[in-house]
Design a protein around this ligand. Structure first.
Ligand code: HEM
Length: 340
């Protein structure tokens, strides 16, 4: 029996029963989620670290008090760094997956945040009441780049679309075919475009031993009814959300230790956290990952009473992972600040 398009689309956990935030919700009063992935952790090796979010799909795309500033910043970056930020492989399945993702997002925004996204049926255009952007509800005749520009200007989340060349081959890896990366955490997104997952993770310590096989299985089994979340963390000693290279220590690279007085702890030292969410699109069967980036001042972590816990985490990172996170540069100074 042929499955209708509508039935297919409805099989996404993100297309059904999404409650609205409610009219009492005020984005300006929504504090960023206090995600502290280093806390209460015993093992600091890399891990899948996935938690099931499919019971609360309304927590997928968030609007918090950073929204106006961040969406403006992302729009600015699309002009400054279009070749790094926006990608879509020019073949049918990649463009169709992007179009499918686009409509999943617009419908989600209209359902979840009806007071901030208002739809004009006559024109087919949605008005974003927070940042005064306009975007079409359906992908229509827009090019992939146009759709990505709309998404970049209306979402704080980055997204990546993964597709296999041969969907039936369990051995084949997923390949990154489209996405918007407005806040790269120290890598150049254009180097990952059209590359398989294991190539992209080649600089990540322990990837081959601890992640490659289980990640492959995870992406093969992921379904539209599933929603999974994981968090990562690192520390950066500058204010930039957009970072093409300086956040990581690469293999064989020497990392110069920073003196305490070389770090601006008041204004430019942050815990950088990514909230990564995974699902599958029902029609194209592409996998999707969304990434929300938080920069929280280290000063705030200290005020929260988590200073000692963060010091413990910094020391507990295995050697290679510590190098990858550039612990050699900021580790001692940050610990001194946290314990002062
Ligand atoms: C369950 C899925 C995944 C897991 C467990 C995972 C794990 C990791 C880990 C452990 C790192 C090192 C930094 C950190 O602590 O986060 C990393 C980095 C990275 N991941 Fe993933 N990842 C996943 C999915 C993906 C996907 C689908 C993509 C894109 C196709 C991706 C792209 C990257 C990139 C670009 C980096 C930075 C690499 C660099 O430093 O050059 N990840 N990932």
């Amino acid at each position: 029996m042929e499955v209708s398009n509508e039935t297919l689309l409805n099989s996404s956990v993100l297309a059904n029963n999404i409650p609205s935030v409610g009219y009492e919700f005020n984005w300006e009063k929504a504090d960023p989620l206090p995600i502290r992935p280093f806390a209460n952790k015993r093992n600091f090796n890399v891990s899948m670290g996935l938690n099931n979010l499919s019971k609360t799909p309304e927590d997928w795309i968030l609007i918090e008090n950073t929204y106006l500033e961040q969406t403006r910043l992302r729009k600015k970056y699309t002009k400054q760094f279009p070749d790094q930020m926006l990608h879509c492989f020019n073949n049918k399945i990649s463009t169709e997956a992007l179009r499918e993702f686009y409509e999943l997002v617009t419908n989600y925004l209209l359902t979840r945040y009806p007071q901030y996204f208002t739809y004009n049926k006559k024109t087919g255009v949605i008005h974003n009441e927070i940042n005064n952007e306009y975007l079409p509800r359906v992908a229509g005749k827009n090019t992939p780049k146009e759709l990505e520009l709309f998404l970049a200007a209306n979402l704080e989340e980055d997204f990546l679309i993964l597709i296999k060349d041969n969907a039936k081959d369990p051995e084949e890896e997923y390949i990154l075919r489209a996405g918007v990366t407005g806040f790269p955490a120290g890598f150049d997104p254009s180097a990952s475009h059209n590359k398989p997952i294991s190539y992209i993770h080649s600089p990540v310590p322990q990837y081959r031993e601890r992640l490659k096989v289980i990640m492959g299985r995870f992406f093969n089994k992921l379904e539209p009814k599933d929603l999974w979340v994981r968090h990562n963390w690192s520390i950066q000693t500058h204010r930039a959300f957009f970072n093409l290279s300086s956040n990581h220590g690469r293999e064989g690279e020497k990392v110069k230790q920073l003196r305490y007085d070389e770090i601006d702890f008041e204004n430019a030292c942050f815990l950088r956290v990514e909230r990564q969410i995974f699902t599958r699109l029902p029609k194209s069967r592409a996998n999707v990952m969304t990434i929300r980036t938080y920069l929280t001042p280290i000063k705030k972590i200290k005020e929260e009473g988590l200073g000692e816990e963060l010091c413990r985490a910094i020391d507990a990172l295995p050697e290679e992972l510590g190098h990858y996170k550039k612990r050699g540069a900021w580790g001692e100074a940050v610990k001194e600040f946290l314990l002062k």
